[in-house]
Design a protein around this ligand. Structure first.
Ligand code: BGC
Length: 800
């Protein structure tokens, strides 16, 4: 990686699946993996997946003796196919030629994927190929590619094929191959006009229709050479074949512009009609590229983070922002979608939406807050389903699912395959009720960044109150201790989903969950002071919240139980945690490295990870990630626990030794919580999180989709973690602790209708309140608050 580019200088078949994921192009409406245009899915090297935001379908499979229904983010028809052959020979494919030179570049500034190749076929014919591709950020329904093929030492007749291929399945994740995967049925294919072919398909259960129209043009010198065009179709497939004569050293240019519409689109009549009509309105590749480049320029202006003094971190952070914006962008607005944990880049986790938004929204809040607002609406629209789920489980209020897809029902799989042992295992991770704390946290953070009172009043408050009601009813009073407890849950550490030798799923009193529940209830109570009385009344009536309910909330906010280990100041991850066995970390780290999926490893050895003090990822430490020491101490004070800021370090040290980092989110949290006390170790954790995807540290997971939480989380670590950026009491606080390796950092952020630009070095901080439509803003630097007016510029000495 360098500067704005990810570049590959050789053809390496074994790396291709990873490269395809990392070179995905998308625009927040749909995305397509960086597979070669000429490649079919072969389950080894090439997997040209195309995914639509919100494009889900359900299928029933027979797995381990039971019928299971899964909802998947569908792999839609492949619009890439473009290839050529010499008459009556095999179609071109990278594995069928000798590659002489190869270079592939992803240009993140422009959102352009390029490939240059020189190759020789079995008959000694040498050619060069220069291909460029974009998925338009300027027009979400458009993608385009251009091929320039030059015969280097030959002339002769060739055939070019440009196709749309809907005969695809969801086969990108090998663990899922026992599941049904045929999500699409063909509806129609053919030719719209001389230049344009079309294909229409539909998902078999959700009945979402997609139409693609592809306009292919061929340009060659000398002009006037005859090109013979024929149409080929079969169910779910359509192609234009072109026969033409090539001349040595004369480049041949092929341009394919694709229009993509679905039945989920707004402002259309019917997907196929609109796809065909709109495709005729598109300009040339060059024209589309220019519009696309400008759209990216606008996005980068808002989101760039400059670390000129650390070029490696700079490039990788750019890649992370790039993939985040390709998954959610202004084009996502109005689509009613959430943020899939693995982007629109692959099929892992079936495109489901988890709590990862917690790691993603803070970045969006500070640059594209209108997008967070939109993404929070995804949850809001699914409140009825969450209320139903709460009622079914015997609670009141709203209980959101751990994994969410189309309509907000619980999508967590019931059984999962351990690829290491080949065994199917019961999956109880849906008991991660803490997702409900994350949703409130996200609403609250959005409000802090924007002061969007309309949103809070009409949308946010309803979610907060309904979720508070859920926490209040899942909490049970223990009459012996007088404290409230929460049972049958799973914390962020998914390794522990039940007690060893217990038949009951779930754990009791996960510290993170219990504290989050109290924090949510406190926010709900705070709302009663913030909202106008009439709105409070409306909400209480609508959500049937009574005086007695509110009295219970107050009681819980003072009496929730938080487990501690043996009279110490260390929170127990859950009740009974201290009784688990110690884990032989050294032995396993030597064998499997720093980050490992101990659940899979131990199960394949006939053991069970839930017997040990061994966590998959940060669990208790999440509290120090999400809350400042001040906020936490406040919660503990109200609860009557003598927890003090100095105890935080004991907790960090304790869990650091007991975490396997089996999730890419874990290193982010560990870096964050160390940022103030140990910059070196904080940076080391940051560095590991930074390369999670580019170096595929989990060995084969990135090819199934990028880890968007880790990508956005690393950017946020720089933006908020290392700068001490926090919004509290209507002040934007900064307390920089830049690691030695990041000696300079510039970015601008959006805060309550101001654009504020920040420039950090180890010694100085320059704050410029650039533009905005409010007069004043309060900014705190290392504990002192200053009032800034629009146009103000101040420098602070921050050397320690
Ligand atoms: C992690 C979860 C995360 C999910 C999706 C899992 O491996 O344990 O915390 O939400 O991946 O990224």
């Amino acid at each position: 990686m360098y500067d704005w580019k990810v570049a590959y200088d050789n053809w390496a078949p074994e790396e291709q699946p990873l490269r395809e994921a990392l070179c995905t192009l998308g625009n927040g409406y749909f995305a397509t993996r960086g597979a070669f245009e000429e490649a079919d899915a072969d389950l080894q090297e090439h997997y040209p997946g195309t995914y639509l935001a919100g494009g889900y379908n359900r299928l029933v499979s027979e797995i381990a003796g039971r019928q299971v229904e899964n909802e998947d983010l569908v792999n839609w028809p492949n619009w890439l196919p473009l290839t050529f052959r010499h008459t009556n020979e095999e179609w071109f494919g990278v594995s069928r030629v000798e590659v002489i030179t190869f270079r592939q570049e992803l240009d993140m500034r422009q959102g352009l994927l390029e490939r240059r190749m020189r190759f020789r076929d079995g008959s000694g014919r040498e050619s060069t190929l220069y291909s460029r591709r974009l998925v338009s950020m300027a027009n979400p329904h458009v993608a385009a590619m251009e091929w320039e093929l030059t015969p280097q030492n030959w002339s002769g007749e060739i055939e070019i094929k440009s196709a749309l291929d809907g005969r695809v399945t969801n086969s990108g994740v090998s663990r899922y191959r026992d599941y049904e995967s045929q999500h699409l049925e063909p509806l129609q294919q053919g030719q719209h006009n001389e230049e344009t072919i079309f294909l229409k398909v539909q998902t078999v259960q959700s009945k979402i229709q997609m139409a693609q129209a592809a306009r292919t043009r061929i340009y060659m010198e000398p002009k006037g050479n005859e090109v013979e065009r024929t149409l080929q179709t079969e169910d779910g497939y359509v192609a234009h074949h072109f026969k033409l004569k090539c001349e040595q050293k004369r480049p041949l240019r092929v341009e394919k512009v694709v229009q993509l519409q679905t039945s989920r689109d707004k402002a259309i009549s019917e997907p196929l009609q609109d796809a065909c009509i709109n495709s005729g309105r598109q300009g040339s590749f060059t024209h589309l590229l220019e519009k696309h480049r400008l759209a990216w320029q606008r996005l980068w202006n808002r989101t760039e983070l400059q670390i000129a003094c650390n070029s490696k971190a700079q490039s990788i952070l750019r890649l992370h922002i790039f993939h985040l914006l390709q998954t959610v962008s202004a084009n996502t607005i109005g689509m009613d979608v959430g943020v899939p944990a693995r982007g629109l880049h692959g099929e892992a986790y079936r495109g489901h939406i988890f709590w990862d938004e917690l790691f993603i929204f803070p970045f969006l809040n500070m640059h594209l807050p209108e997008l967070t607002r939109e993404l929070l609406f995804y949850r809001y629209r699914r409140l009825p389903e969450a209320r139903y789920a709460a009622a079914q489980a015997g609670y009141r209020g709203a209980m959101f699912p751990w994994q969410s897809g189309s309509n907000g029902r619980e999508e967590t799989q019931q059984v999962h395959l351990n690829p290491q042992s080949g065994n199917w295992l019961i999956d109880n991770t849906h008991l991660q009720r803490h997702i409900n704390g994350a949703i409130v946290y996200n609403v609250w953070q959005y409000f802090q960044a924007t002061e969007d009172m309309e949103f809070l009043t009409f949308v946010g408050a309803e979610m907060i109150l309904d979720i508070a009601q859920f926490w209040s009813t899942i909490a049970e009073e223990n009459t012996k201790t007088g404290r409230y407890e929460i049972h049958h849950v799973v914390g962020p550490d998914e390794y522990h989903a039940d007690y060893p030798d217990s038949d009951e799923p779930g754990l009791s009193n996960n510290a993170y969950t219990n504290v989050m529940a109290v924090w949510v209830i406190q926010r709900a109570l705070q709302l009663f002071q913030m909202l106008d009385d009439s709105r409070v009344e409306e909400l209480l009536q609508k959500l049937t919240i009574s005086e007695a309910d509110i009295a219970r909330w107050r009681d819980i906010s003072h009496k929730m139980y938080v487990p501690f280990i043996d009279q110490s100041n260390i929170m127990a991850q859950f009740e009974g945690y201290e009784q688990l066995e110690d884990f032989p970390w050294q032995e396993y780290k030597e064998k499997y490295g720093e980050s490992m999926r101990l659940d899979r490893i131990l199960e394949s050895e006939g053991d069970n990870v839930n017997r040990y003090k061994a966590s998959k990822q940060a669990d208790v430490l999440m509290l120090f990630y999400l809350f400042s020491a001040e906020e936490l101490i406040h919660v503990f004070d109200l609860l009557g626990y003598p927890f003090k800021p100095e105890h935080i370090h004991e907790n960090i040290a304790y869990y650091e030794e007991r975490t396997s980092h089996g999730s890419t989110l874990s290193k982010i949290v560990h870096s964050w919580v160390l940022a103030r006390s140990d910059r070196k170790r904080a940076y080391n954790n940051f560095k590991m999180a930074l390369v999670s995807d580019v170096e595929d540290v989990q060995g084969g997971t990135t090819q199934e989709g990028i880890h968007l939480g880790a990508m956005a989380g690393t950017v946020d670590l720089v933006q908020r973690g290392f700068t001490g950026l926090e919004i509290r009491d209507n002040v934007l606080w900064l307390a920089p602790v830049l690691p030695e390796e990041i000696g300079c950092l510039n970015f601008q952020l959006r805060y309550r209708s101001h654009w504020i630009s920040l420039q950090f070095t180890h010694d100085k901080l320059l704050i410029v309140v650039d533009k905005g439509w409010l007069k004043e803003v309060q900014i705190g630097v290392n504990g002192n608050v200053f009032t800034f007016q629009t146009g103000d510029r101040r420098e602070f000495n921050i050397s320690r």
